[in-house]
Write a protein that binds this ligand. Structure first.
Ligand SMILES: Nc1ncnc2c1ncn2[C@@H]1O[C@H](COP(=O)(O)OP(=O)(O)OP(=O)(O)O)[C@@H](O)[C@H]1O
Ligand SMILES: [Mg+2]
Length: 312
């Protein structure tokens, strides 16, 4: 088996009584593009700071490229590009000058430096501001200079903490395209609050809430998950439920509130069964006219709301 690019085992970080990261485990395979989601204060940046060797964990392990973030931090840093939440830049430097300085620091060979900087400017869509002073750039452009910086030494692993925050919709699209292009060649872990964007580019999402990982799955699995049928028919819950239960392929159901004279249910079916016609026929035959019948698949947004808003 190939070695994971990122490996997190029983990781904890306490700040006094606050458990910012509370016993988390996950692995990211080489070339995977993973969205790291969670509300404000969920523990995303803390996890990323540990992975990038900026802060020590309270307990547990993390490895990047097989190297321990605590005991082999220099090796880890060589393999990482890190875009922190707020990018520290020198306001009096010009973009190109800054990237040259950073490339030298990161040991990018002199012979290939100009070419590499050009490539990073291109990838981060900031060629047009290469001669501007950093202090005069808008937040979105500063963020993208940060992204160019993370790519300078062509590290296999990129950890991007909210690369899309504060960007206007056009810039968000551009940055997303840049991130999408980076997947495959690089392992990318990026945090965000903006679910539609994550859905556009990621293979997989990890959702963290109050320091704990509550969901870790592939978007393709979410899309092909067992659907729920929403059904509303005339009658009481007691009258209708037995009829629904009698339909073959029905696994489970939950009644949901609706107005008087009607009963509404979310019905779960066995995988591969489309039970809509059988449900409709049975209720119709037993004298319960149907007002609503819909197939619903749980979307990333539903999962996020369930975890991060309702704390389930
Ligand atoms: N240096 C610190 N001292 C004390 N508490 C901290 C420190 N850094 C983070 N925390 C706390 O740890 C928890 C997790 O914070 P973290 O910054 O990791 O969240 P986040 O998921 O990145 O949130 P956001 O979406 O707002 O960036 C929060 O309760 C935060 O207040
Ligand atoms: Mg954060």
């Amino acid at each position: 088996m190939t070695q994971p690019a990122i490996q997190v085992q029983n990781l904890c970080k306490d700040y006094g009584a606050i458990k910012a990261v509370d016993l988390i485990n996950f692995e990211v395979a080489p070339g995977e593009l993973v969205g790291f989601l969670g509300n404000n204060g969920a523990g995303k940046s803390t996890t990323m700071r540990i992975l990038t060797t900026y802060i020590p964990a309270s307990s547990g392990y993390a490895r990047v490229g097989g190297f321990d973030v605590m005991y082999q931090s220099a090796e880890v840093r060589k393999r990482l590009g890190y875009l922190p939440e707020s990018v520290p830049l020198y306001p009096e430097m010009r973009v190109e000058e800054y990237l040259t300085y950073r490339a030298k620091l990161k040991g990018v060979e002199r012979s290939g430096r100009t070419k590499r900087i050009d490539y990073c400017l291109e990838r981060s869509r900031i060629k047009e501001v290469r001669r501007r002073l950093l202090g005069t750039l808008s937040k979105g452009y500063r963020q993208r200079v940060g992204l160019a910086d993370t790519l300078l030494s062509d590290p296999p692993v990129l950890i991007l903490d909210e690369p899309l925050s504060g960007l206007d919709p056009v810039q968000q699209e551009e940055t997303l395209s840049a991130i999408r292009e980076l997947g495959g060649q690089h392992t990318v872990l990026f945090s965000s609050h903006h679910l539609p964007d994550v859905e556009k580019v990621c293979d997989r999402v990890i959702i963290i809430n109050r320091g704990r990982i509550k969901f870790d799955g592939r978007l393709s699995d979410i899309r092909s998950s067992v659907p729920t049928v929403l059904i509303e028919a005339r009658g009481t819950v007691e009258q209708i439920e037995p009829h629904l239960r009698a339909v073959s392929g029905v696994l489970d159901m939950k009644s949901i509130p609706t107005d008087a004279e009607y009963a509404a249910f979310e019905v779960k079916a066995e995988s591969g069964h489309d039970i809509r016609e059988s449900l409709a026929k049975r209720l119709h035959d037993r004298g319960h006219p149907i007002r609503r019948l819909e197939l619903q698949r749980e979307k990333l947004e539903d999962i996020y709301m369930r975890i991060s808003v309702r704390g389930e």
